[in-house]
Design a protein around this ligand. Structure first.
Ligand code: SF4
Length: 484
């Protein structure tokens, strides 16, 4: 058994970023709608959760570190009455994971608002310096707070003051942002002109909702209308729905990793349910990289759809040979040295009765660091597997993401500077094959020109990634008071 340090997060892959939700529905329990919407988006961030509601000209915000189910109870939801609400689940990509960076952010620099953001601004430091020159201070160190301060301080007068402020600020923001902002009168959702992170619009009876993923609509009985377009702003008010295209003509760059792994398999993106897209990736993986084997297994749960597709296309039997403990969270008491060698069995336990003496194909969606994959290979060998072949339903990850996913250094990536066979040797697998970029797009069903695939290809559609700000850029240049 390999005794490398074990990642005790719930998986060793890329970390999700954040999820946002917004609803305008007078007469409905908007806090409860937001709660269930966030519950469906929990996979996008487990560090903190928050809801802000607006009632009678007053915004109430409640946010805490922890899971949605830990942060909110009946009493807290009752305190969030209102005609509209926005919500957020967070995994930090800019700024640390402390309470001060949880969302929704509340600001009043002229106009009171609450804001929730998924993405990463690549010019956050520049904007922060501008705010300082205006004498505005931040209470947290996230780029979301910068966005909130810019919009709040820009808002003027008139019925559409918040829409006008967002339209004025959007062209100044660089990078990825799918954002919801709430005032006393409206919920406004807007998406960066490249559409890097997802954002969908839904209908709840005669009212409207927005969310990072359509699975958040299913849970509250809302219907998906369409995705918010890159560069578009949608406004949910007493008058219904208003749409404004703020920025046009930029190259679309939707994160293709949302299709591969980040978004839930029951969410729809670009008209397709992701369970089916990922199943097709598995079929294509077999077509590109067949292997003589006795059994297909998946790394649960994210590898399941591709493993199903691989088994379907190959005609090989598939079984559940890795049993996952679903309650291993991100914060976990570290095992002592004696238990450490058994560490990964806290997450996955292999079944020798199923794998012993067999040539096994292990299908997973992606590999970043490789620690978990290496452990799984070792466990399967310990359990008696004769051969272990890795088939990955995405290309090799060799480049950092600057658009909202926490994989920012090349050195941490097992495929960086290594060929496929060198990665196989590093992970002690009998063979390893990745899915090609072309096959990914065949499964997704759209052209490459519409997407970002920079972590696989090193071609950054939003330009100049190396000058982008690191996760703690704002903490490095500012003293950040806690709380608030
Ligand atoms: S670099 Fe990768 S993870 Fe980041 S936005 Fe592009 S495709 Fe998505």
């Amino acid at each position: 058994m390999n005794e490398q340090p074990i990642a005790l997060s719930d998986r060793d892959g890329p970390r999700d970023e954040c999820g946002v939700f917004g609803v305008y529905a007078p007469g409905r329990d908007v806090a409860r709608l937001a709660y269930f919407g966030l519950f469906a988006l929990q996979h996008r961030g487990q560090e903190s959760a928050g809801i802000a509601s607006s009632e009678g000209g007053h915004i109430t915000t409640l946010r805490e570190n922890g899971l949605v189910s830990q942060v909110f109870d009946e009493e807290k939801l009752r305190a969030l009455a209102g005609d509209m609400a926005i919500g957020h689940v967070r995994y930090s990509t800019t700024g640390g994971g402390g309470w001060e960076n949880s969302q929704p952010v509340w600001r009043d620099d002229g106009r009171e608002l609450a804001l929730a953001h998924n993405g990463n601004l690549t010019n956050a430091v520049e904007l922060y310096n501008e705010l300082q020159e205006q004498g505005l201070t931040l209470r947290g160190s996230s780029d979301s707070e910068i966005m909130a301060a810019l919009i709040s301080s820009t808002a003027g007068v008139g019925d559409h003051y918040i829409e006008d402020a967002v339209a004025e600020v959007m062209p100044r923001l660089k990078g990825a942002y799918s954002t919801v902002v709430m005032t006393k009168h409206a919920v406004v959702a807007f998406r960066d002109p490249h559409g890097v992170r997802p954002l969908s619009l839904g209908k709840l009876d005669d009212r409207f909702v927005v969310a990072s993923e359509s699975s958040a609509f299913d849970i509250i009985g809302a219907q998906l209308i369409r995705e918010v377009q890159p560069g578009e702003m949608v406004s949910l008010t007493a008058d219904g729905l208003e749409m404004r295209r703020v920025i046009e003509g930029e190259r679309p760059a939707m994160c293709v990793f949302e299709h591969i792994y980040f978004s839930r398999p029951d969410s729809k993106l670009e008209g397709r349910t992701l369970q089916q897209v990922r199943g097709r990736m598995g079929e294509l993986l077999w077509e590109e990289s067949p292997v003589k084997a006795d059994l297909v297994i998946s790394v649960p749960d994210s590898g399941n759809p591709a493993a199903n597709g691989f088994a379907r296309a190959s005609g090989l039997p598939k079984d559940d040979a890795l049993i996952k403990n679903r309650y291993v969270g991100r914060t976990f008491i570290q095992p002592g040295q004696e238990l450490r060698k058994h560490g990964l069995r806290m997450k996955f336990n292999p079944l020798p009765e199923i794998v012993a003496g067999k040539r096994i194909v292990v299908v997973d969606d992606s590999i970043v660091r490789g620690n978990t994959t290496r452990q799984i290979v070792a466990m399967l060998r310990d359990a008696g597997a004769r051969e272990v072949h890795l088939r990955i339903s995405s290309p090799a990850i060799r480049h950092p993401c600057h658009y909202g996913i926490d994989m920012s250094t090349r050195q941490e990536m097992v495929a960086h500077g290594r060929t496929e066979s060198e990665v196989a040797a590093e992970l002690d697998a009998d063979s390893l094959a990745y899915l090609s970029m072309d096959a990914v797009y065949e499964a997704v069903g759209t052209q490459r020109e519409r997407h970002c695939d920079a972590c696989f290809t090193g071609e950054y559609p939003l330009g100049n990634p190396e000058s982008a700000n690191g996760k703690f850029a704002l903490e490095e240049i500012s003293v950040v008071p806690a709380g608030g």
